[in-house]
Ligand binder design. Structure first.
Ligand code: AMP
Length: 222
């Protein structure tokens, strides 16, 4: 049986992880998320986890060599498809992945890149939805808004936008994505293997769009 491989691309905050997860549930294809793999290694306090933690904390990319072993292991699973989330992230990782594919894939297997497109403005706006109070309570204007706009439910304090490291880290990751991650898409586009999805829509609509596009590719994704 031939395999389908979908490689997700998108800036931090695009919701590609959520979409990759939804697609994996629906298709039963195996998801290979390098970020999740690292977070699991960090939680288990393995040697690799300790190394990766230094990079994840500041939003830097983990050295390429470390990732390849994880990806090769992941590709050994028995399944009719794979969903990549977070790999490849630069030109060298793309070349490595193509080498791995040459060894691991058969002639009829199909590989597509899927871009969840979201503008910098939207990413920043999504990040900007967080509001905090000096008492420590955290809100999200869309998912967890305060009862009265701009005022803390708990203490009545004035809510403010936190100018903390996390936002800075995500902005830094956004820059890296635009500079070294996004250009990889050209490779797939050249071969007509790029699926572009509008990521500035409700989660369920994005998922439906993805399923529609995959249907058009006439894949056995059920
Ligand atoms: P993600 O969950 O995909 O946003 O990844 C979280 C963090 O894990 C990134 O900021 C990197 O530090 C690290 N990471 C995940 N995938 C890769 C990769 N392919 N190459 C290098 N670092 C990665």
């Amino acid at each position: 049986m031939s395999k389908t491989i979908i490689i997700f691309f998108g800036p931090p905050g695009s919701g590609k992880g959520t979409q990759a997860e939804m697609l994996a549930k629906k298709t039963e294809w195996k998801k290979i998320s390098t970020g999740d793999l690292f977070r699991a290694e960090i939680a288990d306090r393995t040697k690799l986890g300790k190394l990766a933690d230094k990079y994840l904390k500041v939003g830097k990319l983990v050295p390429d060599k470390v990732i390849l072993t994880l990806v090769e292991q992941g590709l050994k699973q028995k399944t009719s498809g794979f969903i990549f989330d977070g790999f490849p992230r630069n030109r060298r990782q793309l070349n490595d992945l193509l080498t791995i594919f040459k060894k691991a894939l058969k002639k009829n297997d199909r590989v597509y890149a899927l871009e969840v497109a979201v503008s910098d403005k939207e990413v920043k706006q999504r990040l900007g939805q967080r509001r905090v109070c000096a008492c420590g309570k955290v809100y999200h204007l869309v998912y967890n808004p305060p009862i009265n706009q701009g005022v803390c439910d708990i203490c009545g304090g004035k809510l403010f936008t936190r100018n903390d490291d996390k936002v800075k880290v995500i902005i830094y990751r956004l820059k890296i994505y635009r500079k070294v991650g996004e250009p990889i898409l050209n490779y797939w586009q050249k071969f007509g293997k790029l699926i572009k999805i509008n990521g500035e829509q409700p989660i369920s609509k994005i998922h439906n769009d993805i399923m529609e596009k995959l249907k058009q590719l006439k894949h056995d994704y059920h």
